[in-house]
Structures are given as C-alpha cells and as structure tokens.
Design a protein around this ligand. Structure first.
Ligand code: ADP
Length: 169
C-alpha cells in the first residue's frame, strides 16, 4: 500500500513520527554550571534519544534575560531571578525530537524542587525554586520564540545519525 506523503513503495520516515523535528530550548542555569552538572544533564537528553542541534555557553545579557522572562516581569521575584541568571555563564542548547517539549518538561520536573519528583533533574539536583538548575521551554510556541531569541539560525545544525546512513558493500 502507498505510504502517506510519498510515492508507493518509497519509505516515508516522517509518517512514523510526524513531529520528529519538534525543538525545545534547554538552558543549564548558572548554579547548574557552577555545580558541574552540565555533563549529567546533557547525558539525560542524549540517552532519552533526542538530537542535539545547537549548543553554546554564554554570559547572558540583561536585555536577553528581560526578553526571555518578559511574562514574569511583574512577579516579586523577577529582580532576583535576573540577578541569579546573570550570576555566571549558562549552557544553552536546542534538542530535537518527537514531543521533545513535553518530554523535556517531564524530565526537568516541577518548577519548585520541593514538588519535583525524584528522577527529574530538579528532583535530583535542587531543593529551592530560586536555584532550580535548568530551564525548559513550556510549549512548542514558547520554544520557537526562545530558540529565535537565543540562537541565530546558522547556529542550529542539521545532521544525520551514522547508524541510519551506513551502507554495506
Ligand atoms: P519554569 O522555569 O518551570 O518554566 P516559571 O516560568 O514559572 O517556571 O519561572 C521561571 C523561573 O523563575 C523558575 O524556573 C525559577 O528559577 C524562578 N522562579 C519561579 N518562581 C519563583 C519564586 N517563587 N521564587 C523565586 N524564583 C522563582
């Protein structure tokens, strides 16, 4: 039978995972970098099966932070949030895959570490909401906005996995 979206007999990979190109922004906040948690956090996304398409370390400007957290600007903790987020470098990355936004939120855990399940990043590595180690976009639309804010399009790379392209002669 013809597969959807392709000629008969042509295997259309995107039919199996229609949103395999979904992307999310994950940032390891200054406390995560300072506590040397970068490797462990990245490992969780790799072992879950997501694809890393963007990665950099930077000292974030106040301008970028105020755009990133614009929805929180009226909150009482907003000034201390900006101080926290500029207290040292962050590692920011873009991960790609099926339902990566929702899955990442589950992996990262509740905003307040006191309510975060053990096994989540926040549930395993933090105990206070003002030092919760990691950021994850909360919706596909939010992810798109944040990725455009933090990355130039040329910093996001397309690549294929060697075990999908190997040929035997
Ligand atoms: P999330 O990061 O889980 O999407 P929010 O968007 O609500 O959560 O908040 C953004 C960040 O602001 C949180 O990750 C946390 O660092 C900080 N924050 C949220 N609530 C508080 C609070 N009550 N006190 C201090 N910091 C907070």
């Amino acid at each position: 039978a013809a597969l959807p979206g392709g000629a008969a007999g042509h295997r259309n990979k995107s039919a199996a995972f229609p949103d395999e190109r979904e992307r999310t922004l994950i940032a390891i906040k200054p406390d995560g970098v300072q506590r040397r948690l970068v490797g462990q956090i990245m490992q969780r996304f790799e072992q879950r099966g997501f694809k890393l398409v963007g990665l950099k370390m930077l000292q974030v400007s106040e301008d970028l932070l105020s755009q990133h957290y614009c929805e929180l600007r009226t909150k009482p903790f907003y000034p201390s949030l900006l101080d926290y987020m500029s207290s040292g470098p962050v590692v920011v990355m873009v991960w790609e895959g099926h339902k990566v936004v929702q899955t990442s939120r589950t992996m990262v855990g509740h905003t307040n570490p006191a309510e975060a399940q053990a096994g989540t990043v926040r549930g395993d590595f933090s105990f206070h909401v003002s030092r919760n180690v990691v950021h994850a976009s909360d919706s596909p639309e939010g992810a798109q906005r944040e990725i455009q804010l933090w990355f130039q399009s040329k910093e996001l790379l397309k690549w294929e996995c060697c075990d999908q392209t190997i040929t035997c002669e």
